[in-house]
Design a protein around this ligand. Structure first.
Ligand SMILES: [Cu+2]
Length: 166
């Protein structure tokens, strides 16, 4: 099957690639969180093809998943749902603490450091792309996302970025 796909790609004229959305998803990681709570997933989305749009996210480990954006509203960290998120070629979109994130609502089980779970991104052109998130170090969850505004906490900077190791 793989060799057949390769043969088809080689046979296609180069111009055809311009219409192909080629999206790479790296550094997919999640915060640790207890069952029933909210979780957050971060990643980097890189598009080497035609412009595309992230229109939805699903994962079997949570009741719901959606792209959110954390915003600093006069010193108060808030977050709001993000509509369709443009993924432009050559402009990687990073989901990271303090910015975009995938909000997981009502985790079906606890996420412990080192756990891995599937998460599926739905792109307008490319369709569904499933990747694997790795749970990073424990972080406490209250009713809101952790504030990054103080600068005094310092601990946030040490969040590991899984991807190479197991
Ligand atoms: Cu959120």
């Amino acid at each position: 099957m793989r060799s057949l796909l390769a043969a088809v790609l080689i046979a296609m004229p180069f111009a055809a690639y311009a219409d192909e959305a080629k999206i790479q998803i790296d550094h997919v990681w999640s915060r640790a969180a207890p069952a029933g709570h909210e979780g957050a997933v971060y990643m980097t989305i890189t598009n080497q093809g035609a412009p595309d749009t992230l229109i939805g996210v699903t994962t079997p480990i949570a009741a719901d998943a959606a792209v959110h954006q954390s915003i600093n509203d006069h010193g108060m960290m808030k977050m709001r749902p993000v509509g369709p998120l443009p993924i432009e070629p050559g402009k990687p979109v990073t989901l990271a603490p303090g910015g975009f994130h995938v909000m997981l609502t009502t985790l079906k089980h606890a996420l412990n450091q080192g756990d891995r779970f599937p998460i599926t991104l739905n792109f307008a052109k490319l369709g569904h792309v499933t990747t694997t998130a790795t749970v990073a170090a424990f972080a406490k969850f209250g009713t809101a996302m952790p504030s990054l505004g103080g600068g005094a906490a310092g601990g946030m900077g040490g969040m590991p970025m899984p991807g190479s190791g197991k």
